[in-house]
Design a protein around this ligand. Sequence first.
Ligand SMILES: *[C@@H]1O[C@H](CO)[C@@H](O)[C@H](O)[C@H]1NC(C)=O
Ligand SMILES: *[C@@H]1O[C@H](CO)[C@@H](O)[C@H](O)[C@H]1NC(C)=O
Length: 124
Amino acid sequence: MASIFKLLFLILFLGLVFQGVAANCPIEGRFSISQSQTPDWAHGMPQWKVKVTNKCACAQSQVKLNCSGFQTNFVENPSILNISGNVCLLKNGLPIGIGETVEFLYAWLPKFPFQPISSIGDCN
Ligand SMILES: *[C@@H]1O[C@H](CO)[C@@H](O)[C@H](O)[C@H]1NC(C)=O
Ligand SMILES: *[C@@H]1O[C@H](CO)[C@@H](O)[C@H](O)[C@H]1NC(C)=O
């Protein structure tokens, strides 16, 4: 009897551990970021569409990208991409759901290698 409880406890414990791992997915793998050139140009620069997808098992808010050195001729809606200094805030800091993709446009050459800096997991 006691061993069944131990087993149940172990299963519960491992479940919590794995849930924790999924919730605290490391920043490097938390988002997939892809970009493709659009047919449009802005003031002599090719335009790019960036797609940022939440790959984590929790919604992510306050999603910030490293925008150090980022330049653009196309002004995106700041409620989607708010550029402040070296940091770009996505979606006004609102949560990006599991599997949700946020898209924004910019225009420059060469294309800019966006990297996530930080986000806050909302695992409820
Ligand atoms: C942002 O990118 C720049 C240039 O690659 C790098 O020097 C800097 O350390 C990065 N900042 C963060 C917070 O990752
Ligand atoms: C952009 O972010 C800055 C810093 O968080 C904030 O003060 C500003 O109101 C934001 N701008 C817009 C248009 O959301």
